[in-house]
Design a protein around this ligand. Structure first.
Ligand code: F6R
Length: 615
């Protein structure tokens, strides 16, 4: 949720930290700070707000420092403030650290450190680590760690319980940054200009496309000359180097006013890339799942576990898996699944869906399911992420890096991946013939072009958004798979425009939500061609009868709907099973347009962070 960056080399660190923090800002953005080695000491600068505020504050500092660490924060312990912004330093101010994650035993450690005379300047859990390193470094814990930053860091992490990615610098060790992690990502790269560390590849790939992914319990020792790696026991290791093949332009807006719009427009490519190579010899292949068709055939229950938007992709999957493979499927938010005692057996398949691959609740649910003997498939966008590593098999969504906090292209990649999984399960159960699979695959592939068509003319979406922008609240309704699309449409709208929105299965209207409707109340209806189309029309009529303003997402050529709805957004005709892929796109555009009209920060909505690594 927060971002770590660090550099040591021959060049000025300040612009490198700022550049790295800007690239990481999407992960958390309530405050930011840096610690730079300078004139034999450490210079710490913190600012509340966006990285631009920090950049402004740093403009009066010279470029003499060539080693430092930086952080962009999303508050967990302690409100966003300069005092709580990272880096945090020791009492003497000669050791500074940045930390992602949560120190679970920080309260006990803080008491202990206070009793030994340490003075705390923040309310964060992180600060205890700086003081623990300080004690070890200055010899209060004996000579073993004295004067050695790496040993002192080892000592400190031996005392803490929780999740962490940590980078530390010390005034007495010029040019050195020491790093470790547990359950929080850290990557390192060594390029022509020196050594880089970050919590996300996006902050280092300009330096080098070859990055090392630190594993839990490992340490890295960075100097301008190179990076050395050690395992938990202190033995030197050579971590595998991962080559990053996506382009740095994912971190640029590429002419679009915001990342969200850019990412919405990338969706045809996401569909194509996610499908590429999946049909071989006339049947579906997803080798990365590591299970044969015979093993898949034994599955008798599916749980899809996820949070937020990924959970909505799961709702769509339930429809498809039950329709095609006839396997009972439950969709559950990961934070609930992990704390109840779900019925899981060795023939249960748990599908964990997570864009970031590092959502704490989803990871905990995966671990729980595996202990109970289930097979776990991960569906994620991030190669080598914890969800990918802790699952028995994985499907990558091929969305590439998603920067806007509101998920769009990742969601679409998840839906396409889950559609493939549903087809594969049906194939393994013999519920779909190879001929049917081929037909479905070909229609699925056509959705890429259909999305392009939707994106080529957005006039109707813009008109509908203008009509709804001043509303206080909106209702999204649909039936069948259309109701799942509505949940996602409502979430998109509320998270980026702060307009209150709720989604309901349209049949539920009369059981409560209809009481909300009055003159001009926006009701957004997914009314594409489906077996329940007529029922949806009745729901539109009920809404109109109460004065609501109806915006309908409908199938091209449907003249009837224009008689009932105030605004119609037409999309190409697809089979009902694939309507989530196409119908979600105008809803994403609708939410974004309203957010823009309301003057909201589309890419970085308030209070949110891109990856939620805490419970
Ligand atoms: C909303 C959004 C969130 C995430 C949720 C789960 O646009 O992106 O609701 O879907 O926080 O995150 P992941 O998919 O990374 O597990």
């Amino acid at each position: 949720m927060c971002g770590i960056v660090g550099y040591t080399g021959a060049n000025p660190v300040k612009p490198r930290l700022i550049e790295g923090l800007k690239r990481l800002e999407y992960r958390g953005y309530d405050s930011a700070g840096v610690a730079m080695q300078q004139d034999g000491g450490l210079t710490l600068v913190h600012r509340v707000g966006k990285v631009a505020e920090l950049e402004e504050a740093l403009s009066s500092f010279d470029d003499s420092s060539t080693c430092g660490i930086g952080h962009t924060r999303w508050a967990t312990h302690g409100a966003p403030s300069e005092a709580n912004a990272h880096p945090h330093s020791s009492c003497q101010g000669d050791i500074a650290i940045v930390h992602n994650g949560i120190i679970e035993n920080f309260a006990e450690l803080r008491e202990e450190l206070l009793s030994r005379g340490h003075v705390f300047t923040s309310q964060t859990d992180t600060e205890v680590v700086a003081h623990l390193i300080e004690e070890a470094y200055d010899g209060r814990e004996g000579d073993a760690c004295k004067g050695d930053l790496m040993k002192a860091l080892r000592h400190a992490v031996g005392r803490i319980v929780g999740a962490y990615g940590i980078a530390a610098v010390c005034a007495q060790e010029p040019g050195r940054i020491v790093v470790t992690r547990k359950d929080s990502p850290i990557v390192l790269a060594y390029g022509e200009e020196g050594a880089y560390v970050a919590s996300d590849i996006i902050a280092v790939i300009e330096a080098s496309r070859d990055v090392a992914v630190l594993e839990d319990g490992q340490f890295a020792d960075m100097t301008p000359e190179g990076i050395s790696y050690f395992d938990a026991a202190g033995n030197a290791i050579e971590p595998p180097i991962m080559h990053v093949d996506w382009d740095i332009d994912v971190a640029e807006k590429g002419g679009y006013p915001d990342f969200m719009l850019k990412e919405i427009h990338e969706q045809p490519r996401v569909v194509r890339d996610t499908l590429a190579g999946r049909l071989s010899g006339g049947s579906l292949v997803i080798d990365e799942l590591g299970l044969s068709l015979e093993e898949l055939n034994l599955i008798d229950r599916v749980y899809v576990i996820a949070c937020g938007t990924s959970y909505h992709a799961g709702l769509i999957a339930k429809h498809l898996i039950e329709m095609w493979a006839r396997i009972p499927t439950e969709v559950e938010v990961a934070s609930e699944f992990r704390y109840r005692n779900p019925i899981v057996t060795p023939s249960t398949l748990v599908v964990a869906v997570s864009q970031s691959g590092e959502t704490a609740d989803t990871l905990a649910a995966i671990r729980d399911a595996r202990i109970k003997g289930a097979k776990v498939f991960g569906i994620t966008n991030v190669v080598g992420s914890p969800v990918a590593r802790e699952s028995d098999g994985v499907i990558y969504t091929k969305a590439n890096k998603e920067i806007a906090v509101a998920s769009t292209k990742s969601f679409l990649g998840q839906v396409v991946s889950l559609t493939l999984l549903a087809m594969l399960l049906a194939q393994s159960k013999g519920k779909l013939t190879l001929g049917q699979i081929r037909l479905l695959y070909s229609e699925l592939a056509d959705t890429a072009e259909q999305i392009e068509e939707i994106l080529s003319d957005t006039t109707a979406v813009e008109e509908a958004a203008r009509a709804c922008k001043d509303a206080a609240s909106a209702l999204f309704i649909g039936r069948g798979v259309g109701s799942a699309i509505c949940y996602e449409g409502a979430l998109k709208l509320k998270e980026i425009s702060y307009l209150h929105a709720e989604a309901y299965a349209a049949g539920e209207m009369k059981h409560g939500p209809i009481a909300l409707l009055d003159e001009g109340f926006p009701v957004i209806v997914v009314a594409t061609q489906s077996p329940v189309y007529d029922k949806v029309i009745s729901n539109i009529q009920e809404s109109k009868a109460r004065g609501a303003m109806v915006v309908a997402i409908a199938t091209e050529g449907d003249q009837e709907i224009a008689k009932h709805a105030d605004h119609v957004i037409y999309i190409p005709k697809v089979r009902d099973a694939f309507s989530p892929i196409t119908a979600s796109v105008p809803l994403q555009l609708f939410a974004r347009e309203i957010a823009v009209l309301r003057g909201c920060d589309v890419d970085q909505p308030r209070n949110l962070a891109k990856s939620v690594t805490v419970e």
